[in-house]
Design a protein around this ligand. Sequence first.
Ligand SMILES: [Zn+2]
Length: 385
Amino acid sequence: MTKRLYYDDEYMCEFDAQVISCRPAKQDGKWIVTLDQTAFFPEGGGQWPDLGTIDHANVLDVHERNGDVEHLVDAEMLSGQNVHGCIDWDRRFSVMQQHSGEHIFSGLVHGRFGYDNVGFHIGSEAVTMDFNGTITEAEALEIEHAANLVIYENKPIEHFIPDAAERATLVYRSKKEIDGDLRIVRIEGVDTCACCGTHLRRTGEIGQIKVIGVQKYKSGVRISILCGLRALAYENQLWQEMEKIHRMVSSRWEDCASAVEQIIEERKSLEYRNGQMAMAVFDAMASEEQEKEIRVVVCGQLSGDGPARAAGKLSAGAQLALVTGGEGDLVQFALCSEKQDIRPITRLLCAAFDGKGGGKPDMTQGRIRKTDAETLRNWLIGQMK
Ligand SMILES: [Zn+2]
């Protein structure tokens, strides 16, 4: 069994060891190495595996198997060889910030609501925790506040293996029934939890905890948090984005949302007026068509539902009405008839004018190549013969 140096010292980032075995991995050019002792934490309990180097080989993954810690590396080693291991400390420290922060948050939720964290995951973006009960956004922010107070108190994060007597009376959170040695992680007055991961020495090192998501999940809630430097990076990004918006809308930060809302409302009213003007242009063009059996109007100003509404109007009393709208190589079309099923002719129209479309027997819509009214009318007349 590999000796786990990370349990003696969770801050150990370099160590010496002897190679016990090295065998080829399934992947080409990769080997699986076991050592007599290691500071590399294997993936487990929601915590990422450590990465780093063993001598000149890169450590690409670390797993536990039959009591041994297996390192996936990209260079072969010899059994008996003495090696030096280095952990990617920035990555490990961030994981310890996220993991320790999760203990505080889950412990506070458990203390206040009695809910369990039934799904813990350190993602590449955020830590997610699934609780088996509902928590509102406002309550999550209250927990966030309380969690940050625990950080400022800089409480010690202890871990210990209780003896049988202690174990019988100890109240602790646990993800599952544990056989064998029970490793307890405790933050006095906040959380007592069975956990085999790595943690910081004191809560102050977490820096801060920021809630970034509260979603309904199954019968409970999924809360996403960021801890430490991740929270800082997120806030920096948020600040930069908000600065851009705040300059664009020339408002104070706290008024940005209402300024954006106003812009959206103005845009809606402009679109409405634009639609009305387009319809007026269409009406003028349509007046010349009224006596014809096959009516065609090409009106660039029409967009959105404009062509369909216009074709509906134009088709009253006609055999067929075709309206196209919009600018560009492909334009919108709407084909309408009160007298015939226009789906077959729509298929031919799309084939002839490089388009796509479909719909109901009396109304089809789609897009075709931009074409003038005369060409379209002549083509339609040709089809009717
Ligand atoms: Zn833990």
